[in-house]
Design a protein around this ligand. Structure first.
Ligand code: DX5
Ligand code: ZN
Length: 217
């Protein structure tokens, strides 16, 4: 299984986004966290900024919506040039309808679970999604401690995907660093989001490679 690294620009310098996007050119995608002060207690950026990010980066843009009413807003983000849009189990009213709508727009659809949410309810609709995001922190902020107790869930999800011969990706987000990368990869995750571990490092390319190496070792 090939590992993909998705640096999160939540930990970048928002006054120097273009510079900080160039610094992660060796990554596989860029992860953009959209927060609304309602679904999570933080507020980041919206459509105009996502649109400019899509215009200035060559990387696929992976939009992680931590917002209420993604049924209303996810298609608006999909229009801007994102490669994938992730919305949360705890916010979506009609996840299958929304996933199909995103696919009709040519955008990958991803479904996210928070640490207290079980993954089993997704099993019946797994084939509607390109990727499942297992949060390994409570969503809302960068730099939190990795929740190792999410690995059993990740393993159950990987086993179900393998059993059914699906090609669904598993993304993990929160506290991923060179020291936790092997753990998440062994549990079956193949898309690793890392914010502070990449942007907190002086050499961002080296940090990306360090995570990749640990995950593939
Ligand atoms: C948190 C966001 C993450 C965040 C991860 O809710 O979804 O993408 O940037 O940050 P780190 O890697 O620092 O835990
Ligand atoms: Zn995220």
């Amino acid at each position: 299984m090939s590992i993909q690294i998705a640096p999160s620009i939540l930990s970048a310098d928002f006054a120097n986004l273009e510079r900080d996007l160039k610094a992660i050119a060796s990554a596989d995608m860029v992860h953009v966290d959209v927060m609304d002060h309602h679904f999570v207690p933080n507020l980041t950026l919206g459509e105009p900024v996502v649109e400019r990010i899509c215009q200035v980066t060559d990387l696929p843009v992976d939009v992680h919506l931590m917002i209420e009413d993604p049924d209303r807003w996810a298609p608006e983000f999909a229009k801007l040039g994102a490669a994938s849009v992730t919305f949360h189990m705890g916010a979506a009213h009609a996840p299958v309808r929304l996933a199909r709508q995103l696919h009709d727009m040519g955008v990958k659809a991803c479904f996210a679970v928070r640490p207290a949410e079980p993954v089993e309810p997704i099993f019946d609709i797994l084939d509607e999604f390109d990727m499942i995001l297992v949060m390994t922190v409570e969503p809302g902020f960068g730099g939190q401690k990795f929740l190792a107790n999410q690995m059993a869930k990740t393993r159950r999800l990987r086993d179900e995907i393998s059993r059914r011969g699906l090609d669904t990706h598993i993304q993990v987000d929160g506290g991923v660093s060179p020291s936790t990368a092997a753990t998440v990869a062994q549990a079956g995750a193949d898309v690793l989001v890392a914010g502070s571990a990449v942007y907190g490092a002086a050499d961002r390319a080296a940090a990306i490679e360090a995570i990749r190496e640990k995950a593939t070792a």
